[in-house]
Design a protein around this ligand. Structure first.
Ligand SMILES: [Zn+2]
Length: 485
């Protein structure tokens, strides 16, 4: 029977593409391969003798990767394929047409500037012209946007549009290396524009100082070659994914959290979309966002650089990219994996029977659980000023800090009793139902979850949330701390 070896694995099989193996089960065939090609064991199995998890075994079009399917007898005419996740797609084609490439010319300075690309056989003048012809949208000029925007500019992408509505703040500077201390309080897109123009004045830089919504996203991305998602919230991610899928624009996705990151390419030539992989976001407050959970400084640099690299590969048309795959990297232990993303036939945007046809008609707030549902009692809260007044007046109340211990180490809240969110239901007897209880966290979101958790656990005393969390109250705490203690 014939065993087909995918290109990336051929190095382990003396570069053979097809190997004739004696009849038997998959188990027998694998044993035959490792006997005949001693190198193959290294390629196929990990240190524990398990089939490496990026390799898929197909018999015909049937996935027989799981070891319990290895004992089923095969027919003499069955064809076996060894397919590594990394080589899933067809050979890369450029997303920039030859017509557009041919319209591009270089001057002497550009030949000098891009010399190191021109030296690479796979890029050369043709590839560099494609890069110059390309029009890329980067959504988010924060941690991931910083490397993405700067590398695209340095690589010579002709048109870069950056969308962000935020201003630069001091806490951004730890990882958002496109901004500097002098940029604090400036719009991020303005700061990004200055950096890009410093790199290369000839780049067409389009700044959109606006919040991306279902009503404006189509106008933002239509007519562009690729969209790079550098945002940090689920609402934006699903909105970007859906709009890209509906308008057939490939999406380079990136995400970071603490020490871990993910990169993937979605919606390329009818490939899977972000919804195929993650049909729904987690409930709000269930997992902290990157803003709440933090991230190590160079991590967005690693993930964003890979996003920029993937976008350039799509533009030039080289290599094997992450289409239909998800690369995960753990920077703390330096583990990385490439996972296959399957197209979900039931996907509401790209499946067999889609139900989303226009982003304008879809309620992203509701989908991401950001709306108060009608049967849920709204959570009442105090502003930092109101809470400060109550503390000064000596009003009887209990303040519960639901943050994690390492967050409290940064800034303690005077008079607060500490109960981590996971222990609340169990420790509800420590609260006094005859008294007001005020819940506080970093940004005022987990405290709402805390109140709802206690309601579900049957606690009936009056509960309030600190609006905007400790972040919003920082200045007041600093100026009053002495008096309050
Ligand atoms: Zn999909």
């Amino acid at each position: 029977m014939k065993v087909y070896i995918s290109a990336t694995l051929r190095g382990f099989f003396e570069r053979n593409a097809v190997i004739e193996a004696p009849e038997g089960t998959i188990r027998d065939v694998l044993r035959f391969l490792t006997d005949e090609y001693p190198e193959a064991a290294k390629g196929l199995y990990d240190g524990d003798g398990k089939l490496r998890n990026f390799i898929k075994i197909y018999v015909g079009d049937e996935d027989r990767t799981e070891a319990d399917k290895w004992y089923k007898p095969l027919n003499a005419d069955d064809e076996i394929l060894l397919l590594p996740a990394i080589a899933g797609g067809a050979p890369s084609d450029s997303i920039i047409s030859d017509e557009r490439r041919k319209e591009v010319a270089f001057d002497d300075k550009e030949i000098e500037r891009f010399g190191k690309h021109l030296l690479l056989r796979d890029i050369g003048v043709k590839g560099q012209k494609r890069i110059k012809a390309a029009k890329v949208v980067v959504i988010g000029a924060g941690a991931l946007g910083s490397p993405v925007i700067q590398y695209l500019a340095a690589a010579g992408v002709g048109t870069i549009k950056v969308v962000d509505f935020d201003e630069v703040s001091l806490e951004n500077l730890q990882s958002q290396v496109i901004h500097t201390t002098r940029d604090i309080n400036r719009p991020k897109v303005a700061s990004a524009k200055d950096k890009v123009k410093n790199i290369n004045r000839n780049i067409v830089f389009e700044a959109e100082n606006t919040e991306l919504t279902a009503d404006n996203i189509v106008q933002v991305i239509e007519g562009y070659d690729v969209v790079i998602d550098c945002t940090d919230n689920y609402k934006a991610r699903y909105l970007i994914n859906d709009a890209c899928a509906l308008y057939g624009i490939p999406l380079v996705f990136g995400a970071i959290y603490q020490y871990e990151g993910q990169v993937g390419i979605f919606n390329l030539d009818g490939g899977p979309c972000y919804r195929c992989q993650f049909p729904a976001p987690p409930e709000p407050g269930l997992v902290p966002s990157c803003a709440e959970g933090g991230a190590i400084s160079p991590l967005p640099g690693i993930i964003g650089s890979i996003q920029a690299n993937e976008a350039l590969k799509l533009i030039i048309g080289i290599g094997e990219h992450l289409d239909g795959k998800l690369l995960t990297i753990d920077s703390l232990y330096l583990h990385s994996k490439i996972l296959k993303v399957n197209k979900n036939r039931k996907c509401p945007i790209c499946g067999a029977e889609p139900s989303i046809f226009k982003v304008e008609d879809y309620d992203y707030e509701d989908f991401c659980g950001l709306k108060e549902s009608e049967n849920e009692i709204p959570v009442e809260g105090f502003t930092p000023e109101e809470l400060a007044k109550r503390i000064e007046n000596g009003d009887p109340m209990m303040i519960i800090d639901v943050r994690e211990p390492h967050e409290r180490a940064i800034l303690r809240f005077p008079h607060a009793v500490v109960i981590p969110i996971g222990q609340l239901a169990r420790r509800k007897n420590e609260l006094n139902p005859d008294q007001d209880t005020i819940f506080i966290c970093k940004q005022g979101k987990r405290s709402i979850l805390a109140i709802n958790t206690l309601r579900e656990a049957g606690y009936t005393g009056p509960m309030y949330n600190l609006k905007g969390g400790i972040d919003a109250m920082k200045d007041i705490i600093f100026s009053h701390e002495g008096a309050w203690l």
